[in-house]
Ligand binder design. Structure first.
Ligand SMILES: Nc1ncnc2c1ncn2[C@@H]1O[C@H](COP(=O)(O)OP(=O)(O)O)[C@@H](O)[C@H]1O
Ligand SMILES: [Mg+2]
Length: 243
């Protein structure tokens, strides 16, 4: 039996007149790479903020690893790593020194683990360089290393390749596949269909806060040229509940 890692039950978020996320039901299972797709403004970041207990849903529930998450109850998140937006580091400290500072926050993360995550994201050689000298791709990889320090079971990434060049994107994709192979569940939001098509097992497509398609990449692609075609068909389908 596959274990649900993220369960969203009828999740809804309203900002004034804006229905950012509408009655979203979603399950992500252990060991999969799940792609959360949608154009800008679809509600991806809002959903992720609710999963991470940073934002209170207007209605509905978030369950992570079997435990309810709310802004007042984030215990389940001790097993979760997240990379959302550009990661912040001390610019004048090296990548390694930044990770060692973060490691000190966790009782069971030592310098050996710091070296492990540096190796995992391919930053060993650059580990002694100041973080401010890192390229965008290296900063993202350092952010990923930081998110992995405490050996999370679930990794949540909000548009991890935005701002990366094609080489940086390919590196990030390879890294995410490696993490999935190691048994970490990956929840990846992106507006880049091509990227998700290559990286994920299952996807959900969000448009204007609503789920418009969901399923294994292979099933959604059946009879279609690529995920782009699936996406355009889903996004432009008549929407009976739209205001
Ligand atoms: N704090 C906020 N206050 C008001 N509106 C917001 C806020 N955050 C997001 N929104 C709106 O909610 C919708 C979804 O935004 P977002 O979740 O950031 O989309 P995505 O991450 O898919 O680009 C957008 O219309 C956005 O303008
Ligand atoms: Mg976003």
């Amino acid at each position: 039996m596959r274990q649900p890692v993220i369960q969203l039950h009828n999740l809804h978020k309203r900002f004034g007149a804006v229905q950012a996320v509408r009655h979203l039901n979603l399950e992500v299972f252990s060991g999969e790479c799940f792609g959360f797709l949608g154009p800008n403004g679809a509600g991806k970041t809002t959903t992720i903020s609710m999963i991470l207990g940073l934002l209170r849903p207007t209605a509905g529930r978030v369950v992570v690893l079997g435990e309810e998450v709310t802004p007042d109850h984030t215990a389940a998140l001790r097993h979760v790593g997240a990379l959302a937006g550009a990661p912040g580091f001390y610019p004048y400290l090296s990548g390694r020194a930044n990770l060692r500072l973060l490691a000190a926050l966790y009782p069971d993360v030592d310098d050996v683990r710091v070296e492990e995550v540096l190796a995992l994201v391919g930053l060993q050689e650059a580990a002694n360089r100041k973080a401010k000298a890192y390229s965008t791709g290296m900063k993202q990889r350092l952010g990923l290393a930081a998110a992995l320090l405490h050996r999370p079971k679930l990794l949540i990434l909000d548009e991890p390749t935005s701002g990366l060049d094609p080489v940086g994107m390919a590196e990030m994709r390879a890294l995410l596949r490696k993490l999935t192979e190691e048994g970490i569940t990956v929840f990846l939001s992106s507006h880049l269909l091509h990227e998700v098509e290559q990286t994920c097992d299952r996807v959900a497509i969000l448009n204007r806060g609503q789920l418009v398609a969901q399923g294994p990449v292979a099933d959604l692609l059946a009879g279609k040229h690529d995920l782009e075609e699936v996406f355009m068909a889903a996004v432009h389908a008549p929407n009976p509940t739209a205001a």
